[in-house]
Design a protein around this ligand. Structure first.
Ligand SMILES: Nc1ncnc2c1ncn2[C@@H]1O[C@H](COP(=O)(O)OP(=O)(O)O)[C@@H](O)[C@H]1O
Ligand SMILES: [Mg+2]
Length: 219
């Protein structure tokens, strides 16, 4: 699904923030990505969702080297990836329903099916009463749940989540983690970035650790 070889990333002329990253995500795998704030977790994810290209090394996604892949193939690859951004990236002028429905509309799913699917998921994440509300009128935790719902609704091949439980209480965090488990059982490959060292203790998935831009596997 994903292979990184000797990947390095720097922003502009600044120092390298990722060094010699080797990473391989097999289809159907589930990893946590941990590391202190500033370690490079969000930067690594931005390479994975194809927002950036590495400054050195090789990134292969879905079997294609992204440096030589035709530009026109990138949107197609992105559609296979669900992303929960640390700062949500919701569309402020759309309601909760329409934010979450977006990936299904892009995929051409019929409106009756969209309605059923979106409502079911919104009930699951505890937003059944926020369906018609726009993001500016919601709390951080509510927006985070909208972002998670939007990322998972289309059953992406790869789900990348950046601190997806950062603004949630324990019970809701656990509920979302169960949603991720279910998605993984249905075949989605997951990488969940967190600085919460508790999550990897509760769910038995291998842990990738980033420290000052270097990646290692725990245990
Ligand atoms: N857009 C950017 N421009 C310049 N430096 C950045 C940018 N984004 C992140 N950085 C730097 O890259 C390093 C890693 O940051 P980040 O990937 O956000 O880490 P984490 O998500 O683990 O907290 C930090 O030193 C941060 O300041
Ligand atoms: Mg981050």
């Amino acid at each position: 699904m994903v292979r990184f070889e000797n990947v390095g990333l720097r922003y502009g002329s600044g120092p390298e923030v990722l060094h010699d990253v080797d990473l391989s995500l097999e289809p159907g795998s589930y990893h946590f990505l941990v590391g202190p704030s500033g370690a490079g977790k969000s930067s690594l994810l931005s390479l994975l969702y194809l927002a950036r290209r590495p400054t050195r090394g090789l990134v292969t996604m879905f079997g294609s080297d992204i440096a030589s892949a035709p530009r026109a193939s990138l949107p197609e690859m992105r559609r296979r990836i669900g992303v929960v951004f640390q700062d949500y990236h919701l569309l402020d002028h759309l309601t909760t329903f329409d934010n979450v429905a977006l990936p299904l509309r892009v995929a051409g799913v019929g409106s009756a099916q969209i309605r059923e699917h979106v409502m079911e998921l919104l009930e699951w994440v505890g937003l059944g009463d926020k369906v018609d509300v726009q993001p500016p009128f919601m709390s951080g935790g509510e927006k985070q749940r909208v972002a998670v719902a939007r990322a998972v609704i289309g059953q992406p091949d790869l789900l990348l989540a950046d601190e997806p439980t950062g603004n949630l209480d324990q019970a809701m965090a656990h509920r979302l983690m169960r949603l991720f488990e279910e998605l993984n059982r249905q075949g989605t490959t997951l990488l969940i970035a967190t600085h919460d060292t508790n999550l990897p203790l509760q769910f038995p998935h291998p842990v990738l650790r980033l420290d000052q831009g270097q990646l290692g596997l725990d245990g």
